[in-house]
Design a protein around this ligand. Sequence first.
Ligand code: ACO
Length: 320
Amino acid sequence: MKIIGTGSAHPSFTLTNDMLASFLETSDEWITSRTGIKQRQVITDEELKDLAADAAKRALQNAGLSPRDIDFIICSNVVNEYATPSLACLVHEALDASCPSVDINAACTGFIYALQIAEAYQKAGMAKNILIVCAEEPTRMVDWNDRRTCVLFGDGAGAVVVTEGDNLKAIKTTNTSLTEVLVEKRVLEPTPFIKKEEVNKPLFMSGQEVFKNAVSSAARDIKEVVAKAGLQIADIDLFLLHQANMRIVEFVAHMLGEDKLKFPHNVENYGNTSSASIPMLLDELNAQGKLKNGQKLVLSAFGAGFTTGACVLEWATDKN
Ligand code: ACO
């Protein structure tokens, strides 16, 4: 498999740390020093399906393909306004595509899971060109009175188009049953048969538990996929980590003994956008011309579940 197009889309409203400090007991100093985040883009009047479709259109344009060239659409999403149809169906409609489409939810690891599923579809001969769209609105999952969580997140969409190729050198995904450290529980429609009391529980995160699991799993996964690809850590040109927290990125760089300059980041501008974060960063680097033919990239993510995943990709600039 290889990536031949990238795209992204963001809500128009920018929420800075200082703006947060105007209604929460927090400060730019606290947020910046603990997370590296300075601002985030937050959904207001937009709908996530439109951001997802915009990111998809840009990725298709970048790949030089039309929607009818796509054989399969995978959308990675934790939550959006539609319980059904799937976000993938809504993107399909906006594109006027003609292929099967499905949503997956592996929390912030969704992009790595989607790449693995896409590769399996290609290997099974079921699809050649696959559109992966990761679109997330975690700002609709948090309690905006809870300074421990709401300052961390932002909304956005990132997309890639993949085709057949020999550029995915190694990939792995994992899941450990650790569901209580990062969890949001919603109340569904009432029925005459439900008698127990039900309450919405906005996103809860055990920050320090998540931090520990994130750094140890990312370092472990990266070492494994790099070895599986027959490479050394030093052979990797860029490490694109899930953009959750700058301190996690720096810690992993330290654990791998690698220069921080090899770890591009944009968490300072977007906050944690869950599974959209890696494709959004990939698109930013691609648009800036920072990805060169033959460069070896590691992608690594972790999220609720506790899910993790990583892969080694060789960047290709030819689209065929
Ligand atoms: N502003 C000011 N003070 C705050 C804020 C805030 N926004 N949030 C918490 N505090 C306070 C707490 O109330 C606490 O005060 P207390 O000592 O009086 O009780 C104090 O700061 C320390 O709180 P901790 O939770 O211990 O702070 P910590 O240093 O662990 O930092 C953080 C919290 C940033 C969340 C950290 O644990 C972390 O980075 N965890 C990883 C989180 C993450 O990246 N999650 C996403 C990964 S998975 C995914 O993407 C879904």
